[in-house]
Design a protein around this ligand. Structure first.
Ligand code: PEP
Length: 249
């Protein structure tokens, strides 16, 4: 049985005051047992969130890490070792906003993935197609390439300590959601790609869906065979809504 994971990606949102409010709301939530829950605030607020959620069963993750695992001369970046030191247990790798807006390549992301694991952080590797790619029938090819480049460099065994998040770019922050069947098709393909290398890894790996998940559509999505939870953007900024999504997992 795979333990569902629901992770809230706060993106570049928040102030000290709004983060304090959100922590207060999260602390008040009745959380489901058997579901792993995490939030991923902007790096600037990691310390505040780690401290604020002390004693609550919510893990804290980062949204990005440097390609180099250890601290050193790399201005403006944050090393995976520093994230671990700050109390993080996981990190997003290759969110589509970073791939698209900041030009992060599969090669860079593989280095980040490796850096995260070498510091004991669990990478959450984000993959997904754009609308143009979906309309051109390239969805499975694009996702296979993104996942394949990490498998090739790291070996499939690396996914026994990692999570994959399928996030169709056209569904992120747009209010459009992949239908449960559309999402399941891609999740099944991701698992099949891993199974071709290791049945054991494929059985154990958690594949999250992300893209305009809300309490209203979470039950249906999470009910699909290969969807093991969600990566939640906008809706994770509201503690009550996030709690309802967690309870749907
Ligand atoms: C995300 O940023 O990972 C995401 C899925 O965003 P949203 O839920 O707002 O679409």
């Amino acid at each position: 049985m795979r333990r569902p994971l629901v992770a809230g990606n706060w993106k570049m949102h928040g102030t000290r005051a709004s983060v304090a409010e959100l922590i207060k709301g999260l602390r008040q939530l009745a959380l489901p047992v058997g579901v792993e829950i995490a939030v991923m605030p902007p790096s600037l607020y990691l310390h505040q969130v780690v401290m604020g959620l002390e004693g609550k069963a919510i893990a804290v993750g980062a949204q990005n890490c440097a390609v180099e695992p250890m601290q050193g001369a790399l201005t403006g970046e944050i090393a995976a070792s520093q994230l671990a030191d700050a109390g993080c247990s996981m990190v997003l790798i290759g969110h589509s906003e970073r791939r698209q807006v900041l030009g992060e390549t599969d090669a860079m992301l593989t280095r980040k993935f490796a850096a995260a694991q070498s510091c004991g952080l669990m990478p959450v590797l984000c993959v997904g197609e754009t609308l143009e790619q979906r309309e051109a029938g390239l969805t499975l090819e694009v996702v296979a390439r993104q996942l394949g480049s990490v498998i090739e460099q790291m070996g499939v065994g690396a996914f026994s300590r990692a999570v994959v998040a399928y996030e169709p770019v056209w569904a992120i922050g747009t209010g459009l959601t992949a239908s449960p069947e559309q999402a399941q098709e891609v999740h099944a393909a991701i698992r099949a790609q891993l199974r071709a290398e290791s049945a054991e890894v494929a059985r154990g790996v958690r594949i999250l869906y992300g893209g305009s998940v809300k309490a209203a559509n979470a039950v249906e999505l999470f009910g699909m065979a290969d969807i093991d939870g969600g990566l939640i953007g906008g809706a994770s900024l509201n503690a009550e809504e996030f709690g309802a999504i967690c309870r749907a997992a």
